[in-house]
Design a protein around this ligand. Structure first.
Ligand code: FES
Length: 79
């Protein structure tokens, strides 16, 4: 996924990995960032991991929930 291991922790506050988020989207439960927050709890604390524009952390994240959502959606559409 975008050059990262599936075990890579996207949300450090809630300890949510890429795999958690990919599974939530692939199982067709999560269609929006809000759904990802509700289902995985990623992005529900400091919220820096949701998308780059919301990353006010001193050290920027390498990957965001939004990137994963878009990537999995693309995979689903392209088969
Ligand atoms: S890193 Fe995801 S809510 Fe803080």
């Amino acid at each position: 996924m975008l050059g990262f291991e599936e075990s890579y922790e996207v949300c450090n506050c809630k300890r949510v990995t890429i795999k958690h988020i990919v599974d939530a989207v692939k199982n067709n439960e999560a269609k929006t960032l809000r759904d990802i927050q509700d289902i995985t709890t990623a992005g529900t604390e400091c919220r820096h991991c949701i998308f780059s524009e919301a990353d006010f952390g001193r050290i920027k994240k390498k990957i965001y929930c939004k990137d994963i959502l878009n990537e999995v959606k693309k995979e689903i559409t392209n088969g």
